[in-house]
Ligand binder design. Structure first.
Ligand code: G1P
Length: 297
């Protein structure tokens, strides 16, 4: 099957980020940095690598720092040019988005992930689209969304990134009910948002990367309340099980839950160690810390 090209992506960034208070009192959590790049930059780069051309941000009050981040910074640029700091100038330019490539929409009330995505319905129109949750940072040789686009060309329908989680943790995720397991691709017969641990249909959890049919927007029009009284994206996707089909994709890579403090710290260590300019100094420091704590035991 040849599916329609996916060129639009929705980034739901309206959340309050209360888990990171007080930091998020005045900065959006998506601006928090992993090493030296804000979380949102990782998601944007991953989307670009998968062929996305239109970036739709669903924001809320207090998120204007995100808009500034993707704008040009003329004073900063001319200062760097004057000082001949070409490398930094390139780093800066890589964050600029072309005029018209990025759109910001406001979700004026927090009504759930499904509702946030639904806010983008008019910009999506009748095309398949991607959704990226910037809290989920995925380190991979081939970026996760690009892997999914390739698999999606064969399956069509709706595709969600998925990975095995310990059964006790399933209740923190959307969980797939497996119809047919084909290895990297899994056909689902259902999907449940945040099931009780004993009621989870499998231990295959949904991770924040999606390629969705525009039918999901139509399903969201029904504004059906789901888990936690919120309008859940999972439910609107599950409605396509009998329709165009729902597939889980076991991506190759390591996912970090940067929506949690422990996950953010793990990602910081992993990304720090993977950076050629920091690796040696940082890993020597970590070795020393481990040795010291062993000696203290
Ligand atoms: C959201 C989705 C959930 C998914 C998770 C992945 O939940 O609703 O289905 O498994 O992202 O990170 P949240 O983490 O926003 O509660």
């Amino acid at each position: 099957m040849r599916s329609k090209k996916v060129t639009k992506a929705v980034f739901p960034v309206a959340g309050l980020g209360t888990r990171f208070l007080p930091a998020t009192k005045s900065i959006p959590k998506e601006i928090m940095t992993l090493v030296d790049r804000p979380l949102i930059q990782y998601a944007i780069d991953e989307a670009r690598a998968a062929g996305i051309k239109e970036f739709i941000f669903v924001t809320s009050r207090g998120k204007s720092a995100l808009e500034d981040y993707f704008d040009t910074a003329p004073e900063l640029e001319s200062e760097l040019r004057r000082k001949n700091k070409t490398e930094l100038l390139e780093v800066l330019k890589a964050t600029n988005m072309d005029s018209g490539a990025i759109a910001y929409l406001r979700q004026n009330r927090p009504m759930g992930l499904g509702h946030a995505v639904w806010c983008a319905r008019r910009l999506i129109g009748d095309e398949p689209f991607a959704v990226l949750l910037p809290d989920d940072v995925i380190a991979a040789e081939k970026p996760c969304l690009a892997q999914m686009v390739e698999a999606y060309e064969e399956t069509g329908g709706c595709m969600v990134a998925t990975m095995e989680v310990p059964p006790a943790k399933a209740s923190a995720y959307g969980v797939l009910d497996i119809d047919e397991d084909m290895g990297s691709v899994v056909k689902a017969r259902g999907m449940v948002e945040k099931p009780k641990a004993e009621e989870a249909p499998s231990n295959l959890a949904v991770i924040g990367r999606y390629i969705l049919s525009p039918k999901v927007m139509t399903n969201l029009n029904r504004m059906k309340q789901g888990a936690g009284g919120e309008i859940q994206l999972t439910d609107a996707i599950a409605d396509e099980v009998e329709g165009e089909g729902v597939y889980g994709f076991r991506f190759r890579g390591m996912r970090y839950d940067c929506g949690s403090k422990a996950g953010f710290l793990q990602a910081t260590v992993a990304f720090g160690l993977s950076r050629p300019d920091l690796r040696d100094e940082f890993s020597a420091y970590l070795d020393e810390m481990v040795a010291q704590s062993r000696a203290a035991e």
